[in-house]
Every structure is written in structure tokens, then in C-alpha cells.
Design a protein around this ligand. Structure first.
Ligand code: FMN
Length: 336
């Protein structure tokens, strides 16, 4: 039996909040974070989060039921704030008495935080700036995730180390802050915990776990990749502000550039409004990620991955990854 006393002491507030043994979340990853990976994370003492992404309410209903059949430990649901059926998705979470809802993808629309709290769930929010973080925590957010640009998927412009130095000294005493982006080993977790974080969120390190349903081609691409292969997408048209996405470089990266030119052309010809153009971009990502994760098309699909991908070298069970991270963190703290 391993002892993680020092780590657990620093994670205590995060563990109490999540109801878990370890305050390590596996961030929602569209197509990857489904019943198998989510339950494996929670069964290993961490906190799994279902990626609702573009799911319909019915699909989310089934996914929660199937996850509950695989674990009796706590897990959360990630909802994207711009989903057209957000209210119905919240109702599904209420029906299942989901304990934690993560709101991603922008400022939560009016009433959504209240609707989640009404059925007793905790709300986890993201914020790219300190001012917005304070506002969201004042208006009902129970915990905050700060995520740096090293992360896989949609990213902001600032690194995790800078966000941590900016947010933690101001917020950590009175609020629950989890740090995400670029975390590959437990030594880094130790550092953020010492700065006041109550826990961490990882995605890339868990994406290719044995329990992950990601296609073996997707996993192999991760094992081959180095940190420098996980690049941020570029914006080609100033009028079409797209949120950058970090993914492994392939044909799909070039296709996205072409797709943006095509959508910008539609904007020029006034065939689509800006909101619709941005939605088209997001749909493109969801489809491209599915092609890589589910179909195994690693040439043309999107291989969303963070810079920690260089530390993912082989398929490992979630429990082993978790034990590795906790052991490294504990050893680092013991050496202090
Ligand atoms: C393949 C992949 C898909 C992702 N999809 C989503 C998503 O649908 N919603 C979301 O909020 N974050 C998404 N993320 C971000 C993760 O939840 C997590 O915050 C991030 O991976 C943490 O940084 P790391 O990759 O450096 O560990 C995704 C990340 C990856 C690698």
C-alpha cells in the first residue's frame, strides 16, 4: 500500500470537493472521455469527466447511465456553454443527480449556473483572465480550472506557469483552483500544489490509457510524437476569430487552414453570419477529432494533443498512470 500523505494533505480541499481519493481530474476529451475511460479514472481514485461535446440529450442520458453501471465513485459531466440544447442537457444531469458539472467553452449563459445549482450539483468553471475568474466565482462557480496553452484541444494564449503565478496567489486562499495544461509528471503536480492549487487536471497523459477507446492508430501517433509535434492552429483571417487548437501536425492541420479560408470566403460573400461561421469552425473540429479518435484516420483527422504528449510512450492502465503521478509527486514533496 502506497502512502501519499504529503500529497493528500496538500490536495485535501480538492479531495473533499470532488469526493475522491486523489484530486486529479481527467479533463473531458470529446470522443475519448466516454463511459470506459471516465469510470476507469474514477475507479482509480481520480475524477473522470464525461465529454458531452456535441452529444444530444438522449446520448448524454445513456452515457451517464452506462458510466454509473461501471463505477460507484464520483464523476462529472462537461457541458459546452454554446451547445444549442444546453438547458436540456442540464435537465439530463439533474435527472441523474450528477454531482459536478464542468462548464467549458466560454462565459456560461444567464441562468445556466443557477439551473445546475438548483439540483444540488457543484459547478466547475474555466476562466482565461483573473477578472473573469473572480466574476464567475462570485456568481456561483464553486471551483475554477486554469488551463495553459501547453494543453491539448482548444487553448488560450498564456502558459500554465504564468497563469498559475497570476491566479494562485490571489485566489487560492478563498477558492478552489485546479491547474491544467502541460502536466506530464508528478513533480509538476507537487509544484502547483505548493503554490496553492487544490488539485490538477490532465488530458493528454490519460488519452491513450488501456481503457481509452481511442483507435490504435491514434494511440500510436501519440507514442511516436514529441512535444514539438503538438502545434497550435493558426488563424488565417482577422475577421474570423477562431480559438486555437493544439494538435499533432498532419494533413488535417493544413485542411483546417483551407477550411478557414473557405468559411472566410462565405463571410465575404455575406452567405453566413459571424456566429454561424464560428459554429461551422467548431463543427469542423468535432468531426475531425472523431475521424482520428474513432475511425483511426490519423492523416486527415484531428489529433488533439498537448505538449506533454512526448511523455506518453506506451499504453498503460489508468491505475498505473495514476499511481505513477501520485508517487512522483509524493517523492518530490518528500525531498523538499
Ligand atoms: C483529444 C483531446 C480532446 C479534448 N476535448 C475537450 C473537450 O471536448 N472539452 C473540453 O473542455 N476540453 C477538452 N480537452 C482539454 C482537456 O479536457 C484537458 O483540459 C487538457 O487536455 C489538459 O491539458 P493536457 O492535455 O496538457 O493534459 C481535450 C483535450 C484533448 C487532448
Amino acid at each position: 500500500m502506497n502512502s501519499y500523505d504529503k500529497t493528500h494533505a496538500l490536495m485535501q480541499r480538492g479531495r473533499d470537493f470532488l469526493g475522491t481519493e486523489h484530486a486529479i481530474l481527467c479533463g473531458a476529451m470529446s470522443w475519448v472521455s466516454e463511459r470506459n475511460l471516465v469510470s476507469a479514472i474514477s475507479n482509480a481514485g481520480g475524477f473522470g469527466v464525461i465529454a458531452c461535446g456535441a452529444m444530444t440529450p438522449d446520448l448524454l442520458d445513456t452515457e451517464i447511465t452506462e458510466t454509473k453501471a461501471r463505477t460507484d465513485k464520483p464523476f462529472g459531466v462537461n457541458l459546452i456553454t454554446m451547445h444549442p440544447d444546453l438547458n436540456d442537457l442540464i435537465a439530463i444531469c439533474a435527472k441523474h443527480e450528477v454531482t459536478h458539472v464542468v462548464l467549458a467553452g466560454g462565459i456560461p449563459p444567464k441562468g445556466s449556473v443557477e439551473a445546475i445549482k438548483d439540483f444540488g450539483a457543484k459547478v466547475i468553471v474555466f476562466a482565461p483572465t483573473l477578472a473573469l475568474a473572480k466574476k464567475l466565482l462570485r456568481s456561483g462557480g464553486d471551483a475554477l480550472v486554469i488551463e495553459g496553452m501547453e494543453a491539448g484541444g482548444h487553448i488560450g494564449p498564456v502558459s500554465t506557469s504564468v497563469l498559475a503565478q497570476e491566479f494562485l496567489p490571489v485566489l487560492a486562499e478563498d477558492h478552489l483552483v485546479f491547474v491544467a495544461g502541460g502536466i506530464g509528471r508528478g513533480e509538476a503536480i507537487a509544484g502547483y500544489l505548493e503554490m496553492g492549487a487544490v488539485g490538477v487536471q490532465l488530458g493528454t497523459r490519460f488519452a491513450c490509457a488501456t481503457e481509452s477507446i481511442a483507435h490504435e492508430n491514434f494511440k500510436k501517433a501519440f507514442f511516436r510524437a514529441n512535444a514539438r509535434d503538438a502545434v497550435a492552429s493558426v488563424q488565417v483571417d482577422a475577421r474570423l476569430p477562431v480559438i486555437p487548437v493544439r494538435a499533432l501536425k498532419n494533413n488535417g492541420t493544413q485542411e483546417f487552414t483551407d477550411k478557414q479560408r473557405e468559411i472566410a470566403g462565405s463571410l465575404d460573400r455575406e452567405e453566413v453570419a459571424m456566429a454561424e461561421a464560428q459554429l461551422q469552425v467548431e463543427h469542423y473540429w468535432a468531426g475531425a477529432l472523431r475521424r482520428a479518435v474513432i475511425d483511426g484516420d490519423v492523416e486527415n483527422g484531428s489529433l488533439m494533443a498537448g505538449q506533454s504528449v512526448g511523455m506518453v510512450k506506451a499504453e498503460e492502465p489508468v491505475a498505473d498512470i495514476m499511481a505513477g503521478l501520485m508517487g512522483e509527486c509524493e517523492a518530490a514533496l518528500a525531498r523538499r
